[in-house]
Design a protein around this ligand. Structure first.
Ligand SMILES: [Zn+2]
Length: 91
């Protein structure tokens, strides 16, 4: 009996026969996008995306995360000023 694997995008869409789906992998060092691969898509560390739109929104979210001030990292110059303002704005 063949197992049927359901792939669901972050937006809730389930993969059917369309083949424009892509994969993404988020690590401590950044985010990687890659072409669809049914075997890779089963892995727990792989994010399944239904197309360019969802890939773009995931990239945009990651970029937003990267803007957060890093703890324990010494910043110099204007970057220090920006993160100081950011913390004040959030607090
Ligand atoms: Zn989607």
């Amino acid at each position: 009996m063949a197992a049927i694997t359901l792939y669901t995008c972050l937006c809730g869409v389930q993969k059917k026969t369309s083949n424009h789906w892509v994969l993404a992998k988020v690590s401590d060092n950044g985010i990687t996008f890659m072409p669809w691969d049914a075997e890779l898509a089963r892995r727990g560390d792989i994010v399944v995306l239904c197309g360019e739109g969802c890939a773009a929104s995931m990239l945009s979210r990651s970029l937003g995360d990267w803007k957060k001030p890093a703890v324990g990292v010494t910043s110099v110059g204007s970057i220090t000023d920006i993160s100081a303002e950011y913390e004040l704005a959030v607090a």
